[in-house]
Design a protein around this ligand. Structure first.
Ligand SMILES: CC(C)(COP(=O)(O)OP(=O)(O)OC[C@H]1O[C@@H](n2cnc3c(N)ncnc32)[C@H](O)[C@@H]1OP(=O)(O)O)[C@@H](O)C(=O)NCCC(=O)NCCS
Length: 177
């Protein structure tokens, strides 16, 4: 799938496109920045070999799994990944979704655009019937976004994470394609 242009809530244009090898370093920097906030993602500090891991994992980006990035004024601001739910053939029709944007670029509509791009890709890909994700019950913005794009709640792990000293639930959401 090729790049798609969007206009943000502040009127500025940005692009969503498949990540290329040349993007990995900058993407990892955005992912690391969001991880280190220690609020939204499960990862708090990416492993030191993340560049090798991502380079290997995303060698065939867009074929059986997908990593797209948001780019505004030449700068990467975050990304979205769709990865297999498990290695089992039993769940071959299921993808897991993860996404992040650096703080200064949240609330501008890039989350909407990443979801739009990813769901279009998943709709065109062969054999994907379901997308699942986990989100802390404290993350109202993300939950609102997922609801807007047709995700519903399928379950919950209570008190599974401690975020800034408080226990939080993981809400399990899914979208059937
Ligand atoms: C979650 C995230 C990707 C969303 O992207 P974003 O660009 O900030 O979101 P958008 O501006 O595109 O849209 C968010 C929507 O939630 C709504 N929203 C924002 N705060 C809200 C709140 N507290 N309660 C309810 N809805 C809220 C917005 O109005 C918007 O809806 P709209 O498009 O109908 O106006 C981004 O905020 C982010 O990266 N957060 C940190 C990392 C993270 O939480 N990742 C997901 C982990 S599961």
């Amino acid at each position: 799938m090729g790049p798609k242009k969007y206009t943000g809530k502040d009127g500025k244009e940005f692009v969503i496109r498949l990540a290329e090898p040349g993007d990995f370093k900058e993407s990892i920097a955005t992912f690391t920045e969001v991880s280190r906030e220690k609020i939204y993602l499960n990862t708090e500090e990416p492993s030191p070999d993340i560049l090798e891991v991502w380079s290997e994992r995303w060698k065939h980006n867009g074929t059986n799994m997908m990593f797209c990035v948001a780019q505004r004024e030449g700068k990467l601001t975050g990304g979205l990944v769709l990865t297999p739910y498990s290695r089992s053939p039993k769940t071959a029709h299921v993808m897991n979704l993860g996404m992040w944007l650096v703080k200064e670029h949240r609330g501008k509509g890039m989350g909407n655009a990443l979801m739009d791009y990813a769901l279009e890709w998943a709709g065109q890909a062969q054999g994907i019937r379901k997308i699942v994700l986990g989100v802390w019950n404290t993350n109202m913005r993300a939950i609102a976004l997922y609801n807007k794009f047709g995700f519903h709640i399928e379950g919950c792990h209570r008190n599974i994470a401690k975020i800034q000293g408080r226990l939080a639930d993981e809400i399990l959401m899914a979208c059937d394609l």
